[in-house]
Design a protein around this ligand. Structure first.
Ligand code: NDP
Length: 330
């Protein structure tokens, strides 16, 4: 179900102090939206340029541990990878029964990357929108997709508070979507680990076939994505739907696209199996979370080597050549 402004009452935050921990991408937007909704907001941040920005915006800005201790409702808006340590050392000690911890992504909570004291409610309010748009859409009263859930309801009113926060940040203007940390995390990981890798492989296979035919790197890459055309198509897909937007293409294009779908259905059986395995064996089983946590506990950052390896294929090399020749167009 979806929840709109009328379903969410800000009164569940009456008399409560809300601490926004992290005045970054989401933090600066959510803090300002909540304040403009009439809620008492303080900010918790390390004492650096983010803290300066918060003070300049007029927020009482405290060290993270102090803000967490002082507040009744704590919004965790720091990067996911630093949350386990920061929660354990600076936030959990300041949480007491009847406080509410609000997460903006489900991963750490669902996979047990941090714990919070008994009696503390845990809810999720997870915008599917970058911070700048969370702010601008609030100002223009346009909603945006946002997942909400009560993850631990010690008080009996956790979901009401989640909806109040969602309304305070402007998310119920368009309808907040009931979800769970498990669903939010799994969908996010699935998009990253199945959909995008599948698309990268389609682009790579296409590049190989087109190169074999003797077509130039420039022509292939501009046609495939460097022109930005696919971004425009996806924009229309979001607005009009996958098939509805197809009517904007030429008749030749429509005839070709629609004829191609059944031909490629053959590979989709195999892809479905692979996707099922990614979802069940890697994501929902917690295997990926364990693997990522192990990778992060080592001394060396594993990502640079993985990026180097991925970047050494024929397609990324062709992309570099084209980019270096056509800098002014890109
Ligand atoms: P940011 O990367 O913008 O967070 C930066 C903030 O975190 C700054 O205030 C920074 O302060 C603080 N921070 C960074 N490292 C540390 C640290 N080690 N200790 C204490 N504070 C630290 O985060 P986002 O806004 O992108 O993400 C916040 C949450 O929102 C995450 O859970 C994310 O998954 C979720 N989310 C993000 C979206 C997005 O569009 N980015 C969309 C929806 C949800 P300083 O460096 O001064 O310490």
């Amino acid at each position: 179900p979806m929840y709109f402004d009328d379903d969410a009452s800000l009164s569940h935050l009456d008399g409560k102090t809300v601490a926004v921990i992290g005045y970054g991408n989401q933090g600066h937007a959510q803090a300002q939206n909540l304040r403009d909704s009439g809620i008492e907001v303080i900010v918790g941040n390390r004492d650096d340029e983010y803290a300066d920005a918060s003070r300049e915006a007029g927020f009482e800005t405290l060290p993270i541990a102090d803000a967490a201790k002082q507040a009744d409702v704590v919004l965790l808006l720091i990067p996911d990878e630093v949350q386990p340590d920061v929660v354990r050392e600076q936030i959990a000690p300041g949480l007491a029964a009847d406080d509410v911890l609000v997460v903006a992504s489900g991963y750490n909570w669902h996979f047990g990357e941090f714990a919070v004291p008994e009696g503390v409610d845990v809810v999720m309010v997870a915008p599917r929108m970058i911070g700048a748009a969370v702010r601008s859409r609030f100002e223009s009263r346009v909603g945006y997709p946002c997942f909400v859930s009560a993850e631990r309801d010690a008080s009996g009113s956790a979901f009401d508070v989640a909806l109040a926060v969602a309304r305070g940040i402007g998310a119920t203007a368009g309808g907040a979507i009931a979800s769970s940390a498990r669903e939010e995390a799994a969908l996010d990981l699935f998009t990253e680990q199945a959909i995008w890798p599948a698309i990268f492989n389609v682009l790579r296979a296409s590049y190989d076939v087109l190169t074999e035919a003797g077509f130039s790197d420039e022509a292939i890459l501009y046609e495939m994505y460097l022109s930005g055309e696919p971004a425009e198509v996806f924009d229309r897909v979001a607005r009009d739907g996958v098939f509805e937007q197809m009517k904007l293409h030429s008749r030749t294009s429509q005839f070709g696209q629609l004829g191609g779908i059944p031909r490629f259905a053959e590979i989709s059986g195999e892809a479905t199996e692979l996707m099922r395995s990614v979802l069940n064996d890697d994501i929902l089983s917690g295997e990926f979370a364990k693997k990522w946590s192990r990778a992060n506990s080592g001394d060396a950052d594993v990502l640079p080597d993985m990026l180097d390896e991925a970047g050494s294929g024929d397609l990324p090399k062709a992309e570099q050549r084209v980019r270096s020749r056509a800098r002014d167009m890109l």
